[in-house]
Design a protein around this ligand. Structure first.
Ligand SMILES: Cc1cc2nc3c(=O)[nH]c(=O)nc-3n(C[C@H](O)[C@H](O)[C@H](O)COP(=O)(O)OP(=O)(O)OC[C@H]3O[C@@H](n4cnc5c(N)ncnc54)[C@H](O)[C@@H]3O)c2cc1C
Ligand SMILES: NC(=O)c1ccc[n+]([C@@H]2O[C@H](COP(=O)([O-])OP(=O)(O)OC[C@H]3O[C@@H](n4cnc5c(N)ncnc54)[C@H](OP(=O)(O)O)[C@@H]3O)[C@@H](O)[C@H]2O)c1
Ligand SMILES: Cc1cc2nc3c(=O)[nH]c(=O)nc-3n(C[C@H](O)[C@H](O)[C@H](O)COP(=O)(O)O)c2cc1C
Length: 578
């Protein structure tokens, strides 16, 4: 019996969820010895367990394993959902590498093990020596929370921390390398091991976050109608001659630069000229250029907010920052950018150096690729909603989505790199059904999946749930989808246009309407994919899936939870949500 999956919206308290997870996981007893049987007698086995959504933690885990081998250790790299609690309880040397998702939550592949280990009846782990590397992003309130939770929980259960946790921001490579280089020798300490030759560095792809590929934009096409309430665009970016390749399901990360008008407005608002030369990463450059290409100048970070609160003495902002009421602060910040704050307190002035010291480095944005690398080896297609809104008396633009929409032409290189998503993949078995739920830009990877299936001449059935605001203006890729239907590649298409009628209709409503058939597809070995908004849609779809399985599988809550849990473990229920 597998540990049960507990739907995100199920009526359980956190404690009940944890208990249910632990109760079932505790009933397993796969013996680790079986796996270790091949280990050389004098090689110490270390387990490197990763929790990941988009592959960063997994890639650090693999790097750590390579370093471990050079220290004569026997590393076992495991996705957390391949581990039972009973197995964890037997591990002696453990490295945890995990990202954080949602709002301080575990990534999808770590949830079941986490539920089990955080249960009241989880076993003691007195024999375990461990260290945690947490990947996260300081722009989120609950920075690195999943890693923090693991670190505390293992300590509570009696495990011995042999090296302090490192919490990594989006620039995780250097601190991660540092952690690996310090923790591996500690893991090897005292083991009857031989340090092998030179520590050969793992091969990294030629282009990566530190060295993005300057790609050329070939196509920028509006997908939504001119009179739509939103703007979604189709991009085709050339990678011809780069040596790069990708799989359907991967993401392309784009490094934008900021809008020159926003830069000019900010320079004016802080009382500078823009031509002040400032050092940035050892390079001297004018303030305007630094703001345009190096720093995040839209979304305010906590340090800058605090400084503005201090300098302005503004009661409301100071109260919000002191009160610890995160929801209130989020409400205050919703739609407010750095320029709004500067304009709100016009008496504030900053020197160029002061201002730059309060900003965070400009970050890349990820986009789910909407083409199949087999069908389009020389180009990458993206499906991007341009973020544009009016707030606080000004028009606002999302940095990257409007960089692509407004600022890139065929002569502007677009710095890009790929992030593979090894679990979000068209099934290897071409005969198995795929159910894809992708409203809005969530359709992106499913366009790629359908192309992939067409290319492979796969016989498996394909079912897409798509929706957006209005059919007349927002039915993106309509012609392509209809053609796919004619060709027999897309076997079912269910649509939910939320604003075409008084009552909202969403993709999960369509799922429920066809619940019996959806369950039948799952029973045939079907895969269930979700892409798009993480905060509302993916949670409601998760709940609908659970309800459908319980109703049409005639299962109890526990049985249905188990069923979904198995789907996750078999990587037949996977999500790409943001
Ligand atoms: C794995 C992954 C895959 C993704 N795939 C896609 C994809 O295929 N297509 C896609 O379009 N996006 C995708 N995204 C989202 C994408 O990465 C960016 O977050 C998105 O394009 C916004 O970035 P931006 O730089 O334009 O906006 P930013 O400059 O980052 O600004 C966004 C911020 O603006 C504010 N904001 C946005 N809308 C409003 C509003 N209406 N009112 C008030 N404030 C608002 C919010 O504070 C929001 O956080 C994906 C994300 C991830 C992590
Ligand atoms: N942080 C946020 O609040 C948030 C949320 C969503 C998207 N985004 C961002 O906005 C951009 C555009 O998003 P998008 O084009 O992919 O689409 P989207 O704005 O998420 O909307 C797509 C469709 O999903 C519907 N929807 C809303 N709530 C839903 C729910 N609980 N369950 C199911 N469907 C629901 C929408 O309906 P209605 O709009 O009519 O309700 C719309 O019909 C992306 O960059 C994304 O990251 C941010
Ligand atoms: C939708 C979403 C939610 C996130 N939530 C958090 C969060 O709450 N706290 C945090 O520190 N990082 C958060 N992150 C950042 C990720 O943890 C970070 O990007 C990490 O490097 C991803 O690693 P992975 O590829 O191994 O999943 C979030 C990222 C996304 C896309």
């Amino acid at each position: 019996m597998k540990a049960p999956y507990i739907p995100e919206n199920a009526p359980y308290s956190d404690t009940q969820r944890a208990w249910l997870g632990g109760f079932f996981a505790g009933m397993h007893s796969h013996m680790l010895q079986t796996e270790n049987a091949g280990a050389a007698a004098d090689a110490r086995v270390i387990y490197i367990l990763y929790g990941t959504q988009t592959g960063n933690s997994e890639s650090v885990a693999n790097d750590a394993a390579n370093v471990a081998k050079t220290h004569g250790l026997k590393p076992m790299v495991k996705s957390m959902d391949d581990i039972e609690l009973s197995q964890l309880a037997e591990m002696e040397y453990v490295l945890i590498i995990t990202s954080t998702y949602g709002e301080g939550e575990m990534p999808d592949n770590a949830q079941i093990l986490w539920d089990a280990v955080s249960a009241n009846d989880a076993p003691r782990l007195e024999n375990m020596k461990y260290s945690v590397l947490a990947l996260g992003d300081t722009s989120y309130d609950q920075f690195c929370q999943a890693g923090i939770d693991w670190d505390h929980r293992l300590e509570d259960l009696g495990a011995k921390r042999i090296f302090d946790r490192i919490d990594c921001d989006v620039d995780f490579e250097e601190p991660a390398e540092q952690w690996v280089s310090e923790v591996i020798p500690l893991m090897a300490d005292g083991a009857a091991t031989v340090v092998l030759g030179s520590s050969s560095k793992p091969e990294k792809p030629s282009y990566n976050r530190k060295n993005p590929y300057p790609a050329k934009m070939l196509v920028n096409r509006l997908l939504t109608a001119e009179n739509s309430s939103k703007e979604t665009r189709h991009y085709e970016i050339s990678i011809a001659g780069s040596g790069l390749s990708y799989e359907a399901g991967d993401a392309l990360c784009v490094f934008p630069s900021n809008c020159p008008q926003l830069v000019a407005d900010i320079v004016k608002a802080i009382g500078c000229q823009g031509d002040e030369d400032e050092p940035v990463n050892g390079e001297l450059m004018p303030l305007s250029e630094a703001l345009r290409t190096r720093f995040e100048i839209k979304t305010p970070n906590k340090e800058l907010l605090q400084e503005i609160a201090n300098r302005s003495g503004d009661q409301e902002l100071n109260n919000l920052l002191e009160s610890d009421d995160k929801d209130k602060l989020a409400d205050y910040l919703w739609g407010r950018d750095i320029l709004d704050l500067l304009l709100q307190f016009p008496e504030m002035e900053f020197s160029a150096a002061e201002f730059l010291s309060l900003l965070k480095p400009l970050q890349h944005r990820a986009y789910s690729i909407s083409s199949s690398g087999k069908m389009y080896p020389d180009t990458v297609h993206l499906t991007v909603a341009s973020v544009r809104y009016h707030a606080h008396g000004r028009d606002h633009k999302g940095v990257c989505s409007t960089f692509l929409a407004d600022l890139v032409d065929e002569n502007t290189p677009v710095p890009v790199f790929f992030t593979p998503n090894k679990v979000f993949r068209v099934p290897e078995d071409d005969s198995l059904p795929m159910i894809m739920v992708g409203p809005g830009t969530g359709i992106a990877p499913f366009r790629a999946f359908l192309q992939e299936r067409e290319f492979r001449q796969a016989s498996g059935k394909n079912w897409l749930f798509f929706g957006d605001r209005n059919a007349a203006t927002d039915f993106i890729y309509k012609d392509e989808l209809e053609l796919m239907q004619e060709k027999g590649i897309l076997n079912r298409l269910d649509l939910a246009f939320s604003r075409d009628q008084e009552e909202k209709i969403y993709v999960q409503d369509r799922m429920r309407e066809h619940g019996e058939e959806l369950f039948a597809w799952l029973e045939q070995g079907g895969y269930f994919f979700v892409c798009g908004d993480a905060y509302r849609m993916a949670k409601d779809v998760d709940k609908a899936l659970f309800d459908i399985i319980a109703e049409h599988g005639k299962m109890s809550v526990i049985e249905a939870a188990n069923y979904v849990s198995n789907l996750k473990k078999e990587k037949r229920y996977v999500r790409d949500v943001y």
